[in-house]
Ligand binder design. Structure first.
Ligand code: FES
Ligand SMILES: [Fe+2]
Length: 284
């Protein structure tokens, strides 16, 4: 399939262009229950491509980035010269749009124009137009179907990220003005043991109680990078990985062990009351 895509792309690139304009192939539209701010943030976030969209991108190396957009070397699956591309995304806030161009490799010359129209406080409509140069007429339908399917999947994944992030941002801002407690009972030791890993909220922050080397350990379930959910992150050798951008954290120390400058929120101290045999989360 990858080889076939590569061959078709070369046939397209070698065919003669009858006009200078890049021809339009298909339009994908979708309403999303999120703000324009979340959408722009997502467009500028090159880092999530090989993580959140791991089924599409196998690898990405950023070459340049800023408020204007980003330029990167990217690979689809599997990582090889057949799937190599240089992509650039430029955001134009005044025109409510960003243009993604493929400058080299697979899909060279392709332009994807996305307009994001605000429909309400937390509602936008995206209109994505795909332009592909030198496309023989007999390949148009297949390209149109592929782009539509691909973008439906990418936006499903993006929507999950943008909506979860908004929910977390709302939680954080609410938590600032809420009352704090010093101690919270998590239940009887015998019950808690059977419920591990046990998710709980302490002072409006999500944590998870696990056992490491025979000892209780609580860790934050909100990634310090962009508030990604760590609820389903598996723990390997005391380290968990965020699904949005792949940052890794040591749950004993909270330190980021994948090289970025951030750390997990401090967890409450877990104590077992000797007399009542109850497990408590205590403020530190
Ligand atoms: S939100 Fe980016 S790595 Fe977790
Ligand atoms: Fe995305």
């Amino acid at each position: 399939m990858v080889v076939l895509t590569y061959i078709f792309d070369w046939m397209r690139r070698l065919s003669i262009a009858f006009r200078n304009q890049v021809p339009h192939v298909v339009t994908y539209t979708r309403e999303l229950p999120i703000s324009l701010e979340r959408m722009y943030e997502n467009a500028l976030d090159w880092e999530h491509l090989p993580w959140l969209h791991r089924s599409t991108f196998s690898h990405l190396e950023v070459l340049d980035s800023g408020d204007w957009g980003w330029r990167a070397k990217a690979y689809m699956h599997p990582k090889s010269f057949l799937t190599y591309m240089i992509i650039e995304l430029r955001l134009d806030r005044d025109k409510n749009r960003w243009i993604t161009k493929t400058h080299r490799g697979l899909g060279k010359g392709t332009e994807i124009w996305t307009h994001a129209i605000p429909l309400g406080e937390n509602k936008i409509k995206v209109i994505v137009d795909f332009y592909v140069p030198k496309l023989p007429f007999w390949l148009k339908k297949s390209y149109a179907d592929q782009y539509t399917d691909l973008y439906a999947r990418l936006y499903d994944e993006d929507l999950w990220m943008m909506a979860s992030r908004q929910k977390e941002l709302d939680r954080v801002s609410k938590a600032k003005h809420s009352e704090k407690v010093e101690s919270l009972s998590l239940g009887k030791l015998t019950e808690v043991e059977t419920q591990l890993p046990l998710a709980f909220e302490f002072n409006h922050h999500p944590f998870r109680l696990v056992k490491l080397n025979g000892e209780f350990r609580a860790h934050s379930l909100s990634c310090p990078h962009m508030l990604g959910p760590l609820d389903d992150a598996a723990i390997h050798d005391g380290v968990l990985e965020c699904p949005w951008h792949g940052y890794q954290f040591d749950i004993q120390t909270g330190k980021c062990v994948s090289g970025q400058k951030c750390r997990l929120a401090r967890p409450p101290r877990i104590v077992v009351d000797r007399e009542s045999r109850e497990v408590f989360a205590n403020a530190v």
